[in-house]
Structures are given as structure tokens and as C-alpha cells.
Design a protein around this ligand. Structure first.
Ligand code: DGL
Length: 269
């Protein structure tokens, strides 16, 4: 059995292209529809109710495009809206929190794990709850790093500004005894060099995006929902706004030029 329908992926903007990139690497034959809500970005500073409403609108939009599975690439949307989406949709829904948690639990030896994310993600406690569901003795230290998103968007991935901001957020981990750090935001994998420089190389960094791609692959295989076609899958990128520099920043996140882009509106959802 196979299923040639596309995989739907959504994020608040183009940061989730890091997740699309990991999925394309693992599942090159699958068609992907990537939805970036660039008109309403950022989600990380918004209320739970607003992010939830946005997530439901986008899920309905993608369902009308006949996606076979929905990947919530945005950590903030996964943190506040995943259970409600799973309940209301008839297709499988995969967020980025659980995959990241599974990766971190596998990596830790000291049972002390750090989590970094947007303010909304950290305040939701979604990572900490999911970690404790896996292992209730884990010690979890969570820190919101709101300036990391604009840093990555600006391409300020290293140098004195990036380092100063990283120290401000991450020095807390120096005395916390963590051996594993979850990068709980779409944009943070791009800051890996500066994060490593500040926290030290002994700390294992877990990128939720690549963990999500592994779990998605297993899910499609188990449910016999992989695409049969042997040709390379197509990536369609749909955005609610075409911000300045999105091509340049998006290509950096995706690791290849952004070709097939459409501007869409959710006005009627
Ligand atoms: N995509 C968001 C996340 O992973 C980061 C950007 C935003 O705040 O919207 O949490």
C-alpha cells in the first residue's frame, strides 16, 4: 500500500523550513506542502488562544489541500495546540515536542536536561511535562531565548552580538548540571555554533526537527502511507506574506533555493 498525497507542514514563518529540510533528507520521494504564516509571525510572543486559533485555521487550509499527515513544525504551535489538533483532525498529526523529548531522554546520562524556546513555548511547560511523562525523575531547566529568533533571521549567527545574547540566556546552564539541551524552536539549529561555544561541547544539543523527521518516517511506514513514486518529491511553499529577504533567509533555512512559492490568504477561515 502507498499514499501519494502530500505531507502538510506548517510554521509561523519560514523558520520551519529547517524541519522541512530534515524531512526532505529522510523522505526525498514525498511531496511536501509547507505553510508559513509569515503575515502573523511571531507566534512565540502571542497568547495561547491566538496561536491555537491560527493553528486550527492552517490545519483546515491544509486539509483542503488533501494532505495525508500534518506536521506542526512550529514549537510554539506544538506546545499550545497539539492535543486539540490531534482530537479534531482525522489525519495523523505530529508535533515537534515529543520527538525532541524522545531524543533528549535517549541522550541524557545525568537525567538533567535543559530546554530553550520562545516565551510561549517555555511558559506552556509542554517540554517539561512531556519530559516528565517519559521519566519522572528528570530534572528540567527551561529558559526562554526570545532574541534568538531575530538573530537567526538576520543571519547574525556568530560574532560578538550573538555571543553576548547567548551568554545572557545560557549562562544559567553553567551551574545547572545539564548534559543535554533541547533546541525547542525552529530557528535555533542555525545558532548551534554559538550555543555550543557558550554551553560547551560536552552538552549534547538535540534538534527537534531532525528527530521529527525520523518519527515521521516510522509513522508513514507503519501506516503504509509512504509515496510509491520513485521520482523526487515536490516542495510547495505557501506563505501568507512575502516579507523582504524571505527568499534569502528561507534558502538558508532550507539549504536550497526556494522555487515554488505561492502567496495565500486565510481570510475566509
Ligand atoms: N516557529 C517558532 C517556534 O518554533 C519561532 C518563531 C515565532 O515566534 O513565531 O517556536
Amino acid at each position: 500500500m502507498s499514499d501519494s498525497r502530500p505531507i502538510g507542514i506548517f510554521d509561523s514563518g519560514i523558520g520551519g523550513l529547517t524541519v522541512a529540510r530534515a524531512i526532505r533528507r529522510e523522505l526525498p520521494r514525498e511531496d511536501l506542502i509547507y505553510f508559513g504564516d509569515t503575515a502573523r509571525l511571531p507566534y512565540g510572543t502571542k497568547s495561547e488562544q491566538t496561536v491555537s486559533r491560527y493553528a486550527h485555521q492552517i490545519a483546515q487550509f491544509l486539509l483542503r489541500r488533501d494532505v495525508k499527515v500534518l506536521v506542526v513544525a512550529c514549537n510554539t504551535a506544538s506546545a499550545v495546540a497539539l492535543p486539540a489538533l490531534e482530537k479534531s483532525l482525522e489525519i495523523p498529526v505530529l508535533g515537534v515536542i515529543e520527538p525532541g523529548v524522545i531524543g533528549a531522554v535517549k541522550a541524557t546520562k545525568t537525567n538533567c536536561i535543559g530546554v530553550i524556546g520562545t516565551v510561549a513555548t517555555i511558559e506552556s511547560n509542554a517540554y517539561s511535562q512531556a519530559l516528565h511523562e517519559q521519566n519522572h525523575v528528570l530534572e528540567v531547566v527551561s529558559v526562554a531565548c526570545p532574541l534568538f529568533v531575530p538573530l537567526a533571521e538576520e543571519g547574525l549567527l556568530d560574532g560578538s552580538i550573538a555571543e553576548a545574547i547567548a551568554h545572557r540566556y545560557l549562562d544559567t546552564f553553567g551551574s545547572a548540571g545539564i548534559d543535554t539541551l533541547i533546541l525547542g524552536c525552529t530557528h535555533y539549529p542555525y545558532l548551534t555554533p554559538v550555543i555550543e561555544k557558550v554551553v560547551g561541547r560536552r552538552i549534547a544539543l538535540v534538534d527537534s526537527g531532525s528527530e521529527t523527521a525520523h518519527i515521521l518516517t516510522n509513522l508513514l511506514q507503519e501506516k503504509q502511507m509512504t509515496a510509491k513514486d520513485s521520482s523526487e518529491g515536490r516542495l510547495t511553499v505557501l506563505l501568507t506574506d512575502l516579507p523582504r529577504r524571505f527568499r534569502e533567509v528561507g534558502a538558508r533555512f532550507l539549504g536550497q533555493p526556494l522555487d515554488d512559492i505561492g502567496l495565500v490568504s486565510l481570510a475566509h477561515d
